[in-house]
Ligand binder design. Structure first.
Ligand code: FES
Length: 100
């Protein structure tokens, strides 16, 4: 079966660890936070302010802001644009992402 990496003839460097809501997941150099979450089977990581509806990637190009996520205690990062870095602490966020 062809994987996305094989289809693109990509040869990324070794994977590294990040966490998502306290769970360790593996990420590859060059991936965005969204790509790393998708590869780990996570498709939703935010809930809307008013109705708590689940959100993840919608446009994938930084326009819609649906993919907002908290990374290293910084809320409202666009997961589809932000490169994932070794050791990142990624958290799902509710509403505005500002606790309290
Ligand atoms: S998915 Fe639209 S801004 Fe990230």
């Amino acid at each position: 079966m062809n994987s996305p990496l094989r289809l693109a003839d990509a040869h990324p460097g070794p994977s590294f660890a990040v966490t998502f809501d306290g769970r360790e997941i593996r990420a590859l150099p060059g991936q965005t936070v969204a790509a790393a979450l998708w590869a780990a089977g996570v498709t939703s990581w935010r809930t809307t302010r008013d109705q708590g509806r689940p959100r993840g990637v919608f446009c994938g190009i930084g326009v819609c802001f649906d993919c907002l996520v908290t990374v290293n205690d910084r809320p409202n990062q666009r997961a589809c644009l932000l490169p994932v870095e070794p050791g990142d602490t990624i958290r799902s966020q509710a509403g505005t992402g500002h606790d309290g």
